[in-house]
Design a protein around this ligand. Structure first.
Ligand code: ATP
Length: 219
């Protein structure tokens, strides 16, 4: 499963004004490859990740998820592909405040109609969270919350992992641990990973670092 973006542009329209946030961007991420995207504020990083994850449609260009072009899919089909193929990790863990840790993962099982309910426990064990399964997000440290968010992103065994500033709320040691976990998952299970980050201290854990400036890629 690869992720391919081909000649992707995104133009935001604000009344008569137009703003080109992405300008003819092409990128291919192979299985087992972990790519970092860096760049100044407003350069187009979040726009790019949102388009890669089919959360936002491009103004022109194509996105291929595992060889399948998403351009002609209906929004229902896109939602299904996203659930099956993509795991998202956001800046703040975005956990549901009124659900215990174990239920943060189970809710995805219910939505995805997964029959294998053991996977959640395996992931929580893998990330050292078993002693926390009956806690609410407010009881957890920032690092623990982010580990739950990663476990949740992996519950469907997605082949593409997209992370938007996953270390932003963490100190450098915990931030590094979180990115090490992402890198390990990407390597050992042959996933394609993209991480947007401002954190230069974790770039050595990535295979390639791509810079985005004014909506254009520079490697
Ligand atoms: N919905 C929108 N409508 C209009 N302009 C937008 C919209 N979303 C983003 N932009 C503009 O597009 C540009 C790129 O935004 P984007 O959020 O992708 O940048 P970024 O690199 O992720 O920034 P940051 O590091 O600050 O999060 C910015 O100039 C932003 O103001």
């Amino acid at each position: 499963m690869t992720l391919v973006m081909e000649n992707v542009s995104k133009v935001y329209k604000d009344g008569p004004k137009e703003f080109r946030a992405l300008d003819n961007v092409s990128l291919k991420v192979n299985p087992g490859e972990f790519i970092a995207i860096i760049g100044p504020s407003g350069s187009g990083k979040s726009t790019m990740l949102s388009i890669a994850g089919a959360l936002l449609s491009p103004s022109s260009g194509e996105i291929l998820l595992g060889g399948e072009n998403t351009i002609n899919l209906s929004s229902k089909q896109i939602t299904k592909r996203r659930l099956e193929k993509i795991g998202f990790v956001f800046q703040a863990a975005n956990l549901i405040p009124y659900l215990k840790v174990k239920d943060q993962l189970n809710v995805i099982n219910v939505i995805a109609k997964n029959k294998d309910r053991e996977k959640g426990n395996e992931l929580l064990e893998h990330f050292g969270l078993m002693h926390r399964i009956n806690n609410y997000p407010s009881d957890l440290s920032g690092g623990e919350r982010q580990r739950v968010a990663i476990a949740r992103a992996l519950i469907n065994d997605p082949k593409i992992i997209l992370a938007d500033e996953p270390t932003a709320s963490l100190d450098s040691k915990r931030g590094r641990q979180v990115v090490e976990m992402l890198a390990d998952e990407i390597k050992t299970r042959d996933k394609a990973g993209i991480m947007v980050t401002h954190d230069e201290r974790v770039l050595d854990l990535c295979d390639r670092v791509i810079e985005i400036r004014d909506g254009r890629l520079e490697e």
